[in-house]
Write a protein that binds this ligand. Structure first.
Ligand SMILES: Nc1ncnc2c1ncn2[C@@H]1O[C@H](COP(=O)(O)OP(=O)(O)OP(=O)(O)O)[C@@H](O)[C@H]1O
Length: 250
């Protein structure tokens, strides 16, 4: 089962312009990266898919479940761009608390937090207060919080922004390990070169419109033939969005 956005429109205020107008999109299986220039509508799309925002028109569903139902939100996990460290809580408590908020019993959430932190390789920091974690570690707690209730779809909003190259590599491997037919991962990023070649699918969004959605191979084929292997992802991105790829400095 996957998330389906059907003819979705969204504006941030009644008198504001629509950011999305009649957008239809099905989250592919496996690992998909969502690319697009600043302001393209990636965060807005992820929030709608997460059930955090509601469309002004159209529908967002997972099978028969509507995104405004509680059952939908237990099957879908969203990690916002900024993960907040909750005052006074350890990493494990913060992850367990999220599970409880998603409807798990306290006991089940506490037990599941161990496995979720292990999956993101944070076991040794489980008892550290989240306020004391580094930015990269806090993001991993964010992913563990997304994993704790056994969601079928993970929506990750720029999880690698601000990470150093080593952290990005660890994180990328983690996400690749999580994605499967059972767990779909949709991840927005500006790290085109880093992530595009590892993903199963690529979706490109420009000014609220999907300009490409398909396999990574089909995405890379948009790079001009003369472009060297190492720059194909960036070149394909530029060809599809008209935007210069804004990857991190190397
Ligand atoms: N809270 C808000 N109120 C009003 N307008 C907003 C709000 N959040 C986003 N927008 C506008 O919606 C449009 C899409 O923003 P969105 O954050 O979805 O884009 P994005 O592709 O995620 O961008 P970025 O890569 O910079 O994070 C932008 O024009 C932005 O200014």
């Amino acid at each position: 089962m996957s998330i389906e956005l059907d003819a979705v429109s969204y504006a941030y205020g009644r008198r504001s312009r629509s950011i999305l107008s009649g957008l239809s999109y099905t989250v592919p299986d496996g690992f998909t990266i969502l690319l697009g220039p600043n302001g393209a509508g990636k965060t807005t799309t992820l929030k709608l898919a997460a059930g955090v925002s509601r469309p002004s028109q159209g529908s967002v569903r997972l099978g028969r479940l509507s995104s405004d139902s509680r059952a939908y939100r237990t099957k879908v996990a969203w990690m916002p761009q900024t993960v907040t460290a909750m005052t006074g809580l350890t990493a494990r408590e913060q992850v367990a608390y999220t599970g409880w908020l998603k409807g798990m019993s306290r006991r089940a959430a506490w037990d599941a937090s161990t496995g979720a932190l292990d999956q993101v390789r944070m076991t040794e920091h489980a008892d550290m207060r989240t306020k004391r974690l580094s930015g990269g570690q806090l993001r991993r707690v964010g992913v563990a919080s997304a994993l704790v209730h056994g969601a079928e779809v993970l929506l990750l909003d720029e999880p690698t922004a601000g990470m150093d190259p080593t952290q990005r590599r660890v994180f990328r491997d983690l996400v690749i390990g999580l994605a499967s037919r059972e767990v779909r991962v949709l991840l927005s990023t500006h790290d085109v070169a880093d992530l595009a070649e590892e993903a199963d699918h690529v979706t490109a969004l420009t000014r609220g419109t999907i300009t490409f959605s398909g396999s990574t191979g089909a995405f890379l084929a948009h790079a001009p033939a003369h472009v060297p292997e190492a720059r194909r992802a960036e070149a394909a991105y530029t060809a599809l969005t008209g935007d210069e790829a804004a990857g991190p400095p190397r």
